[in-house]
Design a protein around this ligand. Structure first.
Ligand code: FE2
Length: 336
C-alpha cells in the first residue's frame, strides 16, 4: 500500500509542454519541451502544433525518469488554464485520454496556483506572500481564507511580456529578461519612464512604449535597459511591500519565469528584510513552466479529494487563481 498518491501532471498553457510525476511531498520527474517562436511572440497555433509533436516524448521521458508506468499513478492532473486555448487543448486532450484509457481520476489544476505551490514546495515556506512574474502573468498573491487572493496585478501587459517584447524589438532575442538585465548592469543614467501604480495594480505598456521610443531617439541601450528594469521592478516592489504590510506575512517568494532575475530577487530581499520577513525565490529549474508543478499541485489537490469528471473538464483560458478553492491548506475549504 502506498501512503501518498502518485500523480502525473500535464502542462501546456503557453510555450511549454511538460509532463511531471509527483506526490504531495516529492517531485519525481519533469520532462519539459519549450516552443521557440521563429520571430515575434508566441503563435498559439504553432505552439499547439509543437506540443502535439512532443507530447508522446515528454510523457515517456517523465515516466522513465520517475521509474513508473501510467498504471502506477493514482490520478492524472492537467492545467486547464489560464492560458492559450489551442495550447491548453493539447494537454487537456492527452489528460482526458489517459484518464479514460487507464481509468484514472482526472484532477483540474490552475496554472497560477501551481506556480505558487511549487514555490512553497522548493522554498519550504509555509505561508508566503507570493510575487508571480512571468511572460503571461504579473500577480502579487497570498493565502487568505481558503484561497489565494490577489493583492495586485497588471491591468495591461505582464512584466515578463514587457521585458521580452522590449528585448525582441531592440534585437536582443528571446527570452529577453536576462539580456535586458545584463545590459542594465552597464547602464548608469536613470531616464524618466512612466511609473504607473494604480492602487495595488500596475501598468507596463506605457513603460514599454516610452523605452522603445528612447532607444529610437538615440539613448544608450544600456541606459534604457537600466531605467526600464529599475522602474518596472520598483513598481512591483512597491505593490508587494504594501501587500506584505497589509497581510503581515513573514515570508516572501518569487515564482514564474522572471524568478531567475537576480536583480528583482535582490530588491525583494531588501524589502522583505525591512519588514522582518525572509525572502527566497522558487528553485530556478521550476521557475519557468514545467510539468512537475502541475503534478505536485495535482497531488495536493487529489489528496484533498479534488477531481473533475472528464465531461466537465473544459479548458479555462481566463481561469483566475482567486477562483480556486485550496482545501489542502489549513483554513482551506471546499464548497459543498
Ligand atoms: Fe507560467
Amino acid at each position: 500500500m502506498k501512503d501518498e498518491p502518485l500523480v502525473l501532471g500535464i502542462e501546456s498553457t503557453a510555450h511549454t509542454f511538460g509532463v511531471g510525476v509527483a506526490t504531495p511531498s516529492r517531485v519525481l520527474a519533469s520532462a519539459d519541451y519549450s516552443y521557440q517562436p521563429k520571430s515575434g511572440g508566441i503563435h498559439p497555433r504553432e505552439a499547439a502544433e509543437h506540443h502535439s509533436r512532443v507530447a508522446g516524448r515528454a510523457l515517456a521521458e517523465a515516466l522513465r525518469e520517475a521509474g513508473v508506468s501510467v498504471e502506477d499513478v493514482d490520478a492524472v492532473a492537467v492545467a486547464l488554464g489560464p492560458g492559450m486555448g489551442p495550447c491548453l487543448r493539447v494537454g487537456a486532450t492527452l489528460a482526458r485520454y489517459l484518464a479514460v484509457r487507464y481509468a484514472k481520476p482526472l484532477v483540474p489544476v490552475n496554472h497560477a496556483v501551481a506556480h505558487v505551490e511549487i514555490a512553497r514546495f522548493t522554498t519550504g515556506f509555509e505561508d508566503p506572500l507570493v510575487v508571480y512574474i512571468a511572460g503571461g502573468n504579473t500577480i502579487i498573491t497570498t493565502f487568505v481564507e481558503g484561497r489565494y487572493r490577489v493583492f495586485g496585478e497588471t491591468l495591461d501587459i505582464p512584466l515578463g511580456n514587457c521585458l521580452d517584447t522590449f528585448a525582441r524589438e531592440v534585437g536582443l532575442g528571446f527570452p529577453g529578461t536576462p539580456k535586458v538585465e545584463e545590459l542594465a548592469a552597464k547602464g548608469s543614467k536613470l531616464l524618466e519612464l512612466p511609473y504607473v501604480v494604480k492602487g495595488q495594480d500596475l501598468q507596463f505598456s506605457g513603460l514599454l512604449t516610452k523605452a522603445l521610443r528612447l532607444v529610437r531617439e538615440g539613448e544608450r541601450l544600456e541606459d534604457v535597459c537600466y531605467s526600464l528594469v529599475e522602474t518596472a521592478y520598483s513598481m512591483l516592489v512597491e505593490v508587494a511591500e504594501r501587500a506584505l504590510a497589509l497581510t503581515g506575512k513573514r515570508e516572501v517568494t518569487l515564482t514564474g519565469g522572471v524568478a531567475r532575475s537576480r536583480l528583482l530577487c535582490e530588491k525583494l530581499e531588501k524589502m522583505a528584510e525591512l519588514h522582518g520577513a525572509v525572502f527566497k525565490p522558487v528553485e530556478p529549474r521550476f521557475a519557468g513552466d514545467n510539468g512537475a508543478m502541475i503534478a505536485y499541485t495535482g497531488a495536493l489537490a487529489y489528496a484533498s479529494g479534488v477531481t473533475i469528471r472528464v465531461e466537465d473538464s473544459r479548458i479555462r483560458p481566463m481561469w483566475r487563481l482567486d477562483q480556486v478553492d485550496v482545501p489542502w491548506r489549513a483554513g482551506g475549504f471546499r464548497k459543498p
